[in-house]
Write a protein of this length. Structure first.
Length: 311
């Protein structure tokens, strides 16, 4: 009879239910849990999917993913860099690097809200504190980078950006506990020196090493190095998506944008009256290409890591 009861209880059990089984020696509970794919909603099932501008890269092979991401980064950031230099060529705009950053954050927030309405999975997987850190550092790196152009010419800024690989490697060691061998370090140093040499040889304008500008761009690079490593660690640790990362960071930056715009509005009024099309027309395209570029960078970080993305 005891054996019969045991058999009956086993036959009645189904996946996802709790069964009580009795034996002559002890009582115990057996719990069978449904698989992860069975419990998740259909639109949340593929948490590892990497979607950029509505395109699911997970359907492609790794080399194809790499080619698409790198093509997107080059295309959008070449336009971004051209527009950045073009904006600062507008008469009287050079002292307003931080103001450009505030306008840029405003556009980013709008783009983020639009994208948020288009995606299906709106859950937040990564803690809000991490987003606050990334948003604060993003404000710093973009503001410092834009402001540095008021003191440095564009070739000089590019020379410093060529060294970005080195602080990213250092950040990977301290933030993620990564270890790089002598080949990796040598390759990073050679690449940085080669890019600097190429920039100096190709530039028709002599570099301008203003001390204030050098300090600003150096701080921007340090903040940028931390951002990439924190993003990679957060997305891997919490299985967050690149879209979530971009949208949530933009939402945190929108607060900085709103408060900063209110403080800066009175003494920036002339920008609304003079060079209206050049200033805000260029700024819109500048922000749009930057937003698209960041989407591809985050996809690279998600799939291949911060160091390869920066390389």
């Amino acid at each position: 009879e005891k054996q019969k009861e045991d058999n009956n209880s086993t036959e009645c059990s189904e996946p996802g239910t709790m069964d009580l089984k009795f034996t002559s020696s002890r009582k115990y509970i057996s719990i069978s849990v449904p698989s992860k794919s069975q419990t998740m909603s259909p639109h949340i099932k593929s948490v590892d999917d990497v979607v950029v501008l509505g395109m699911n890269l997970s359907k492609f092979s790794k080399p194809t993913q790499f080619f698409i991401c790198v093509s997107g980064v080059f295309m959008f950031y070449l336009i971004y860099g051209y527009l950045q230099e073009l904006i600062f060529s507008v008469e009287g705009f050079k002292p307003f690097g931080w103001y450009l950053t505030l306008v840029q954050f405003g556009f980013y927030s709008i783009f983020g809200l639009i994208e948020l309405q288009l995606i299906q999975d709106k859950r937040r997987r990564i803690p809000g504190k991490t987003y606050m850190i990334i948003a604060f550092l993003t404000v710093g790196t973009m503001g410092l980078s834009n402001t540095s152009l008021g003191y440095l010419n564009y070739p000089t800024q590019v020379i410093f950006k060529c060294c970005k690989l080195i602080p990213v490697m250092i950040g990977g060691v301290f933030i993620q506990g990564k270890r790089y061998n002598i080949v990796d370090v040598s390759a990073a140093l050679c690449m940085s020196l080669g890019l600097i040499w190429f920039t100096l040889a190709d530039s028709t304008v002599a570099p301008n090493f203003n001390l204030t500008g050098v300090v600003l761009i150096s701080l921007a690079l340090c903040a940028d190095a931390v951002i990439g490593n924190v993003q990679e660690k957060a997305m891997k640790l919490h299985n967050g998506s690149n879209s979530e990362m971009l949208i949530k960071v933009c939402s945190f930056m929108s607060f900085c944008n709103t408060s900063g715009f209110v403080l800066h509005f009175p003494n920036r009024l002339f920008l609304l009256l003079q060079h209206l099309v050049q200033t805000y027309g260029y700024a819109f395209l500048f922000s749009l290409t930057g937003y698209f570029g960041i989407s591809f960078v985050l996809a690279l970080i998600k799939i291949f890591g911060a160091l390869l993305a920066v390389t």
